[in-house]
Design a protein around this ligand. Structure first.
Ligand SMILES: N[C@@H](CCC(=O)N[C@@H](CS)C(=O)NCC(=O)O)C(=O)O
Length: 217
């Protein structure tokens, strides 16, 4: 397969899903154009790219649209081989995919519940989220054999990219919950150290800088 020539990302600056895709492209050293989408006024061009869910991110590679962040991240990894995000071993790959799916299917919906409820319902969702964090900590520890600052060693992998969103995500939730700690070094030391290491990457800081121009748009 020839290396793609034209790469365009349709996203919004405030979306963790879109930021993950930007990180993956930058970790791979892929040059791309970024288009900030107005979700309140979706253009015809945008709607044609993703008529099913009509959501960002959408990566358009040589004219071909790819929706859904987790699908995009894996497409990027398969298309640009430099700095692999997934391990070579198929069993280990299955484990990484399992835990990525766990975050998307189990944890993200609970985050939306925490954001949209209060009182007893919110407390219940927070408890559920803390339980999921512990399950994730133990699962990654056992299944993925972390042996470096990042999940597979010296270079960040797919789970690092996804976990990286927990940093600002949990800070926002903690503010909402009057300072209650969600990510805690005592309860989930491995997750905390992976997330901290990822936040220090130049790619991560550069992306924040690039996106800051849209912050008050
Ligand atoms: N499962 C999707 C979720 C993407 C998503 O929820 N995108 C939001 C922004 S964060 C969106 O485009 N919403 C548009 C809308 O609901 O109209 C993914 O992983 O890409």
């Amino acid at each position: 397969m020839a290396t793609p020539k034209n790469v365009k990302l349709f996203g919004i600056a405030a979306s963790g899903y879109c930021i993950m895709v930007q990180h993956a492209l930058r970790l791979k050293g892929v040059a791309y154009d970024y288009v900030e989408v107005d979700l309140k006024n979706k253009s015809e061009e945008f709607l044609e790219l993703h008529p099913v869910h009509k959501k960002v991110p959408i990566l358009v590679v040589d004219g071909k649209p790819i929706p859904e962040s987790l699908v995009i991240l894996q497409y990027v990894d398969e298309t640009w081989k430099e700095h692999p995000l997934l391990p070579q071993d198929p069993y280990l790959r299955s484990k990484v995919r399992f835990w990525a799916d766990f975050i998307y299917q189990k944890m993200v919906p609970v985050v939306y519940t925490i954001r949209s409820t209060e009182g007893e319902a919110q407390n219940k969702a927070v408890e559920e989220f803390l339980g999921h964090l512990k399950t994730l900590e133990d699962g990654i520890n056992k299944d993925v054999h972390v042996h470096g600052p990042f999940i597979h060693g010296e270079e960040p992998g797919l789970l690092d990219v996804i976990l990286g969103r927990f940093k600002t995500g949990s800070q926002l939730l903690e503010q909402m919950l009057s300072g209650m700690k969600l990510l805690d070094k005592e309860r989930t030391p491995l997750l905390c150290s992976l997330i901290d290491a990822y936040a220090e990457l130049a790619v991560v800081k550069d992306t924040e800088l690039m996106l800051s121009q849209y912050a008050h748009a």
